[in-house]
Ligand binder design. Structure first.
Ligand code: C2E
Ligand code: CA
Ligand code: CA
Length: 722
């Protein structure tokens, strides 16, 4: 078959067009007509035969001589949009897109000169109307109409070109993605060295491209085990997803990375991967974790973290690979007063400064924590000795006793500490803390600004207290509580003006328990509220009996109230009800309150006191001089009596030094219109001085111990004069 014919045939087939019926015999006829010319020879083909053939194929066929078309087939008119007549009137180059004309012209000239140039190339043509199409163009020299001419066949390859353009574009997109990605992207060779890295990789790790190419990925690993694990996984599965690795920057900084990598096809160790910098997220996570375990105000570990550390330390002691430990429980002595009087801002500032000072006072391995409010805890590891622990605690207390220079004030404070030691045994962290807390309670009870070590006796006492707490609950129902009455003597006359009701607990096995032992327990547990109510009722019932039996004597009774009872707003209403039920004149009842109530619950208390005063009840400031000893706030509360604490009265008479103090207190109280009671009067000398200081009332063993109601009755009947 003639080569040109074969080519036309193949291209026809190649275009996927079905062969027209009878095509085979027709081709054979053409072949014969062409006379089986040898390859390379210019075929002599009859024009009619050629046309008959050319009209049937889908390739566009152009025959041109010089620059003029002399023949075009139907496919050529379809391709170009021009009619055959129009094309035959056109110059060859007019169809060619201006961008390609030069190339096409050069090739045509080269062929005319006989150069061996590719006979097949692609260029764009411009269709009628301006649309551009890509064509795959093949040209050959033929004899046409007896003269040499150029035969061109063209296929529309626009779609294929567009597809490859898209491919190229997408390659460009990938390149842009690669270069502009904020994630580092890399490829390594079989030797694990970087072969390609993007800009982000250079920035992430702080290298120049020349430096980084050729480096091993492994050399960046902070922990080589991380990279080994990743390599192992890639070797096993062919890829890793979101593998967390810490990589090192050129400047030594660490980047927390999330890496995904795939083994590149065919090559065993060669990998391509992407590295996402999660340092920011890690920092945020660390921040969150920090926040969960630290006190935001002081930055110290919080209760949760302290308990965790303590539990670990206890566990180490148990396994004997840790030495003993000591737990310190610290509490500010007057924080509430500072907070209330100077404001929360100052309170916070003080806690912050205190936290910092606490940190400074510790040894490196010790843990200080803010346990809550003004409570701090310290874990001293390796301390088994009470002397050493006390020494550390004392050093801390000393450092906290130095003045704090805060932005708006200079604050002096002190703290108390309780210590619990652990050197084995089965103590749990909770028990240790409870023990330290018990020791702290002891330190406070013994006058504050000191530390106490929890010991066996304290333990026994704590157990005892626990037992007492359990016994106290049903005590009131079982009728184990009763009141005794201590006479209050009117000083000018020396007769009984009234009594102070004092609580006693007749414990079935312990015998008579004094209020110092059980009132604090009752306060702590809240039992003081029902008990206090019972005291009020009982005292008023007794008062009522005395007022009936000794009319005109103006007998009064003082009842002690706990601060805790003031946390109940219904207190005032209960007092009114009890007075009404027992039909007692309100002025015959005197409620004794302490300074701490006024300081620590100032706001609501003042209102409640005012309402009690309105109801006609007398109000007495008890134990004056033991607490905050500030006369300045007394006028803010509707008091009518002030009771000078027995610690001052004790130091009166026979060379005591308290006379000026008591004189000042009495004078100020009188100035405020308050009557003065002196309690704890034991000697005649004290009585003399109190008389001289114009105290209105006195109370004490000198006159009488607290009495049972019947003994008090007898006393009223006898009514001695002192
Ligand atoms: P307080 O209110 O200061 O009561 C006076 C205490 O001093 C009583 O102790 C009394 O027995 C004691 N006393 C009286 N004269 C003398 C004296 O000449 N020398 C000495 N050294 N002491 C004297 P008591 O009865 O043991 O009460 C102790 C504290 O218990 C009371 O101190 C009071 O704060 C509290 N308390 C007693 N009864 C009640 C109560 O019903 N309710 C509340 N909330 N507290 C109570
Ligand atoms: Ca009292
Ligand atoms: Ca008192």
């Amino acid at each position: 078959m003639h080569p040109l014919l074969r080519r036309l045939f193949e291209e026809h087939i190649g275009q996927g067009t079905a062969l027209p019926p009878g095509w085979g015999p027709f081709l054979s006829a053409v072949d014969r007509a062409w006379g089986g010319a040898e390859p390379g020879e210019e075929p002599a083909v009859g024009e009619a035969t050629f046309r008959a053939l050319a009209e049937t194929i889908s390739a566009a066929v152009f025959v041109y001589r010089g620059t003029r078309y002399v023949y075009v087939n139907a496919a050529a008119t379809a391709l170009t949009g021009y009619s055959a007549e129009e094309l035959l009137g056109m110059e060859f180059w007019e169809l060619v897109h201006p961008d390609h004309r030069e190339v096409v012209r050069e090739r045509g000239m080269a062929r005319q000169r006989g150069d061996r140039v590719p006979s097949r190339y692609e260029f764009r043509i411009v269709r009628k109307g301006g649309e551009e199409r890509w064509v795959d163009f093949t040209s050959a020299t033929v004899q046409y109409g007896g003269e040499p001419a150029a035969l061109g066949t063209a296929f529309d390859v626009t779609d294929r070109r567009n597809a490859s353009d898209e491919l190229r574009e997408s390659e460009e997109r990938y390149r842009a993605l690669f270069e502009e990605s904020r994630d580092a992207i890399y490829m390594t060779g079989e030797d694990g060295r970087f072969e390609a890295v993007n800009q982000a990789a250079l920035e992430m790790f702080g290298y120049a491209r020349e430096e980084m190419l050729g480096m091993e990925l492994r050399s960046l690993c902070v922990d080589p085990a991380d990279c080994e694990a990743m390599d192992a996984e890639i070797a096993r599965a062919g890829f890793v997803r979101d593998h967390e690795v810490r990589l090192r920057r050129s400047d030594g900084g660490v980047v927390d990375c999330l890496m995904s990598a795939t083994r590149r096809s065919g090559e065993r160790g060669a990998v391509q991967g992407i590295v996402h910098d999660i340092s920011e997220r890690k920092r945020a996570e660390a921040q969150l974790a920090y926040g969960a375990f630290h006190d935001p105000l002081t930055g110290l570990p919080n209760r949760a973290l302290f308990l965790d550390r303590l539990a670990q330390a206890v566990e180490r002691v148990r396994r004997r690979d840790g030495a003993a430990l000591a737990v310190l429980f610290l509490d500010l002595d007057r924080f509430k007063v500072i907070n209330d009087s100077l404001g929360h801002g100052t309170g916070d500032e003080l806690l912050r400064a205190l936290g910092a000072r606490l940190g400074e006072a510790l040894r490196p391995g010790d843990t200080a924590a803010r346990f809550g409010g003004d409570e701090f805890t310290v874990l001293l590891e390796g301390v088994s000795d009470a002397v050493v622990a006390t020494h550390v605690a004392q050093r801390i207390l000393d450092s906290l006793a130095r003045p704090f220079h805060l932005s708006r004030s200079e604050v002096y404070t002190s703290a108390s500490a309780g210590i619990a030691l652990h050197s084995g045994g089965s103590a749990s962290p909770e028990e240790l803390l409870r023990s330290a807390g018990t020791a702290l309670g002891r330190a406070k009870a013994r006058g504050r600004a000191r530390c106490e070590v929890f010991d066996r006796a304290m333990h026994a006492e704590a157990m005892d207290r626990l037992q007492m707490e359990m016994d106290l609950r049903p005590a009131a129902e079982r009728g184990e509580l009763r009141l005794v009455y201590q006479p209050v003597v009117s000083l000018p006359e020396g007769g009984v003006a009234g009594f102070e009701a004092l609580l006693r607990w007749e414990h079935p096995t312990r015998g008579r328990v004094l209020p110092e032992q059980f009132v604090p327990v009752a306060e702590e547990t809240g039992l003081i509220v029902p008990i206090g109510e019972w005291v009020l009722e009982e005292a008023c019932r007794q008062l009522r009996r005395w007022r009936e039996r000794f009319p005109g004597r103006g007998v009064t009774v003082g009842v002690n109230l706990s601060p805790r009872q003031f946390s109940r707003p219904e207190l005032v209403e209960r007092v009114r009800e009890i007075l009404a039920d027992t039909e007692v004149e309100p002025s015959a009842l005197r409620l004794e309150i302490t300074e701490s109530l006024l300081i620590e619950h100032a706001g609501p208390t003042a209102a409640m006191l005012a309402r009690l005063r309105e109801a006609g009840v007398g109000l007495c400031m008890d134990d004056f001089g033991t607490g905050y000893s500030s006369l300045s706030y007394l006028h803010r509360f509707p008091l009518d009596t002030l009771k000078i604490d027995r610690s001052f009265v004790m130091r009166l008479g026979s060379g005591g030094d308290a006379e000026p103090i008591v004189r000042t207190i009495a004078a100020l109280a009188h100035n405020l219109g308050l009557k003065v009671v002196a309690e704890g009067v034991e000697t005649a000398a004290q009585l003399e001085e109190l008389r001289a200081l114009r105290c209105e009332y006195a109370q004490g063993y000198l006159f009488s111990r607290p009495l049972d109601a019947e003994d008090a009755d007898r006393l009223l009947e006898d009514d001695p004069r002192w």
